[in-house]
Ligand binder design. Structure first.
Ligand SMILES: [Zn+2]
Ligand SMILES: [Zn+2]
Length: 228
């Protein structure tokens, strides 16, 4: 079987673990159409190597219709294949389903596939990682949102319990005639109330006003205790 472009005898070789016919002179390949996919998905050759091969093996595209090396009398049909940045004309035999790749075309076609596949993979990975960071951000935000609410709820209960306990203790002590204990307990209750107000309220003047309010409350309590 001879090369359809330079008439050198074609050699049977293994290309990307697939049997093909190669012309050692013009480096063209005759590939069975069914095996094209196998060659394309084979990863034995890197994209860089493929690109180097494509440029070193490059031959001028056959413009004339060539005859199929297998079927001899049958002329091959030109078939346009769209690559990333250009169109490639392949010669296909309508009878035996073999495709002729001129020198450099096969590696170029493979490299193009790898490029588009790599690009697609990269895009998908990027989308995935974006989704991941979005999810992480969301989860962190949810944690941030949830944490202080829980914390402040527990703190609220704690503060109000302390204030109420010391208030009740103060009243009980006063009822039992223990004036000093009553005053001390009321001081603790209003002190905690003042501190709590300071923590809860935003803005310096509002805080000062709240503390002044609490001090006034304490003074009123003291006056009541002393007057009774
Ligand atoms: Zn040849
Ligand atoms: Zn043929």
């Amino acid at each position: 079987m001879d090369c359809p472009t330079c008439a050198t005898e074609l050699k049977r070789i293994q290309y990307e673990n697939t049997p093909v016919l190669q012309c050692e002179q013009c480096l063209g390949y005759l590939v069975k159409q069914k095996q094209m996919v196998r060659i394309r998905i084979d990863r034995s050759t890197s994209v860089q190597q493929l690109e180097e091969q494509a440029s070193s093996e490059q031959q001028p595209d056959t413009t004339d219709r060539i005859r199929c090396p297998r079927c001899r009398a049958v002329k091959m049909k030109k078939k346009a294949v769209q690559l990333e940045d250009q169109e490639m004309l392949l010669d296909c035999c309508p009878k035996c389903d073999h495709v002729w790749f001129d020198g450099g075309e096969l590696s170029k076609w493979q490299a193009d596939y790898e490029h588009s596949k790599l690009a697609a993979d990269a895009k998908q990975n990027m989308l995935r990682s974006e989704m991941r960071t979005d999810k992480q951000k969301q989860a962190t935000q949810e944690r941030i949102d949830a944490a202080p609410r829980m914390q402040s709820a527990t703190q609220d209960i704690f503060f109000w319990c302390v204030i109420a306990c010391f208030g009740v203790l103060s009243a009980l002590a006063f009822g039992m005639g223990q004036q000093t204990v009553a005053i001390l307990c009321s001081l603790v209750a209003t002190g905690v109330l003042g501190w709590y107000a300071w923590r809860q309220i935003d803005g310096l003047w509002a805080r000062v006003a709240a503390v002044v309010g609490v001090v006034v409350l304490e003074v009123v309590i003291l006056i009541v205790y002393c007057a009774l």
